[in-house]
Design a protein around this ligand. Structure first.
Ligand SMILES: [Zn+2]
Length: 326
C-alpha cells in the first residue's frame, strides 16, 4: 500500500467510496518534521488508513504537518480528526475562508448556490442544496488552520517546498513546488485521464476557467521532472497532459458557441442540456439532481469565459442570466 516513490517521499491510496474519483493519492514526506499532503474523506476507514501509514513510517502525529491543497472534502475531510491527535494543519487563505463558511447549514455560501441555480435558469429542476454532494459531505468541524500564501516555504527531509497558488479548480488551490528536484505536488490542478472540474464560483471569483487556463500555462513554464497529482495515475508527460486539458476546454467552448449560434439567446440551463456529457442518462430530465448541479456549474464557467473573451454577451432578466453570440 505504502510506496516509497522518491527518497523520503511516500505515496499511499485512500479509497473514496461512492465517488467517481475512486481514490486519493496521499503523500508523506518524511523528515524531522514530516509533511503530509491532503487527507481523504471524514470516515473511520480513511482515518484508519492514515494512522496505519503513520505507524508504518514511525511518524508521531505531533511531528506531522498536514498541508491541504484545496477545500474539497476528499482532500480536507480528515483535517479535524488529525488535528485532534496533534497534527498541525496548513491551508491556503482563500480556500480556508470558503471552507469555514461552508460548514454551517445556514451559511450564505449555500444560499448563494441556490441563488446561482436560479440565475442559471434551473428553477424548474427544483434543485435543493440538500441534493448537492458538496453540502451532504461537507466537513462538520473546522480545524484551526495555519494559513499559507503564495511563496511560503515548507522544509521536510532533504526538500524545500514553495507554495504556488493556482486558482481555477477552486478559488485558492495551492500546489507545492520543489525547485531543486523539479517536483510539483499539484492537487487537482493537473490530473491524468480525468479532466479537473472547473465550475462557476460566483460573481466575486469571476472567470474561473480563464484563471485556470492562465495557471495551466504557468506550470508549462516551470522546469519540472515530475507532477504528483491527487487522483489516478501520475502524469507521464505533464506537458502533453496540459495540452490535452487545454484542447478539452477549447472543444467545450466551441460546443457552447455552436449551441448559442444554432439556438439563439439561451440560459445556462439551455446550454447545459445541449452540451455532450459522458453520463448514463437518456436526456436532461434523466440526470440525477447532483449531476445537474455539476453540469450547470461547468457550463456556466465556460459561458462566463466566452463573455470575458468578448465572444458572448450576458444579460440578466428577473434574476436569470441570458447568453447570446455577440
Ligand atoms: Zn478537487
Amino acid at each position: 500500500m505504502l510506496q516509497q516513490i522518491k527518497p523520503d517521499i511516500y505515496q499511499f491510496n485512500i479509497p473514496l467510496r461512492n465517488n467517481p474519483l475512486r481514490s486519493l493519492n496521499a503523500y508523506i514526506i518524511k523528515g524531522e518534521e514530516s509533511l503530509m499532503i491532503d487527507s481523504g474523506f471524514d470516515t473511520d476507514e480513511n482515518m484508519d488508513i492514515v494512522l496505519a501509514a503513520l505507524k508504518e513510517l514511525k511518524i508521531a502525529p505531533e511531528s506531522l504537518r498536514l498541508f491541504l491543497t484545496h477545500l474539497h472534502s476528499d482532500h480536507t475531510g480528515l483535517a479535524s480528526r488529525l488535528e485532534d491527535i496533534g497534527v498541525q494543519v496548513y491551508m491556503g487563505r482563500v480556500d480556508a475562508a470558503i471552507l469555514e463558511e461552508s460548514l454551517l447549514e445556514e451559511s450564505p455560501y449555500w444560499k448563494e448556490l441556490e441563488v446561482d441555480a436560479l440565475m442559471q435558469g434551473l428553477e424548474e429542476d427544483q434543485l435543493r442544496i440538500s441534493d448537492h454532494p458538496g453540502y451532504v459531505y461537507r466537513p462538520k468541524l473546522m480545524p484551526s488552520i495555519r494559513l499559507t500564501d503564495d511563496g511560503d516555504e515548507f522544509r521536510a527531509g532533504a526538500y524545500r517546498f514553495i507554495v504556488k497558488e493556482f486558482p481555477g479548480h477552486t478559488p485558492g488551490l495551492q500546489a507545492l513546488y520543489e525547485p531543486e528536484h523539479g517536483f510539483l505536488f499539484s492537487g487537482d490542478h493537473i490530473l491524468e485521464t480525468i479532466t479537473p472540474n472547473i465550475t462557476y464560483w460566483g460573481e466575486n471569483f469571476g472567470d474561473a476557467l480563464g484563471k485556470y487556463l492562465v495557471n495551466l500555462k504557468k506550470v508549462k513554464e516551470m522546469p519540472l521532472t515530475q507532477v504528483f497529482s491527487s487522483h489516478r495515475q501520475l502524469p507521464i508527460d505533464h506537458l502533453q497532459r496540459i495540452e490535452e486539458i487545454e484542447e478539452h476546454h477549447a472543444h467545450r467552448l466551441g460546443e457552447a458557441i455552436d449551441i448559442l449560434t444554432k439556438n439563439g439567446r439561451s440560459t445556462v440551463r439551455d446550454v447545459t442540456r445541449r452540451l455532450h456529457w459522458d453520463i448514463r442518462a437518456r436526456d436532461w430530465n434523466d440526470f440525477p439532481k447532483s449531476q445537474k448541479w455539476f453540469a450547470a456549474g461547468e457550463a456556466h464557467a465556460h459561458l462566463v469565459h466566452l463573455t470575458k473573451l468578448g465572444k458572448v454577451k450576458q444579460s440578466k432578466e428577473d434574476g436569470v442570466l441570458w447568453y447570446e453570440i455577440v
